[in-house]
Design a protein around this ligand. Structure first.
Ligand code: GRF
Length: 189
């Protein structure tokens, strides 16, 4: 039986799109639902051409008897993938999906993680600290930001001439290359 993936995203959704494309016609899993917590998030328009239900879930929708839990049940979701999702995952969801929610962070955790460390801020901090490398961390989600068990890391060099945008571009390439493959590996076990 193919597993059903839900993607949660708050931003432009380039990873969401990449994952959706990867799992079209995949024998292990398919993306069956996309949820955003922002009504104007780019991800909503970006994935609108795919035949996948998309929902905006605002504050009250995340309560234990709110819309999000009903949607996950309705679409028989087995696994949740965070792709640029900027909201804490409520405890009920963590309990219902124990070790079945993963996130990707654009740095080599534990460096440059935690509350407030997201998007360009991560890459700016990496360049300011004159790091020689950066990369991605794919990890399980728990109640603390960016602290769940690490599943996979990949690195890229940071040159002295690199701007934060340059680092972001390298990190995005790693995200596109590895996130779908790691998800597939987890769901084919
Ligand atoms: C990615 O860099 C991801 O690592 C981080 O948020 C960003 C999302 O980018 N968690 P996009 O919305 O997928 O383009």
């Amino acid at each position: 039986m193919r597993k059903n993936i839900a993607i949660f995203a708050s931003g432009s959704g380039s990873n969401a799109e990449n994952i959706i494309r990867y799992f079209r016609d995949n024998k292990h899993a398919v993306v069956a639902l996309v949820i955003s917590n922002k009504s104007d998030a780019g991800v909503l328009t970006r994935v609108s051409s795919f035949d996948i239900p998309t929902f905006v879930a605002l504050k009250d929708d995340w309560t234990p008897d709110g819309q999000v839990i009903s949607l996950l049940n309705k679409y028989n979701i087995d696994f949740i993938v965070l792709a640029g999702f900027l909201r804490r995952i409520p405890e009920t969801l963590l309990n219902n999906y124990s070790n079945k929610i993963i996130n990707i962070h654009p740095s080599l955790l534990p460096k440059y993680g935690g509350k407030g460390m997201y998007g360009d801020k991560v890459h700016q901090a990496v360049v300011a600290a004159e790091e020689k490398e950066s990369g991605i961390t794919i990890h399980y989600v728990n109640e603390h930001y960016d602290e769940g068990g690490i599943i996979y890391q990949a690195t890229c060099p940071v040159l002295t001439s690199d701007t934060p945008d340059d680092v972001a571009a390298k990190v995005h390439q790693l995200e596109y290359k590895y996130y779908p493959v790691v998800i597939e590996e987890l769901l084919s076990r």
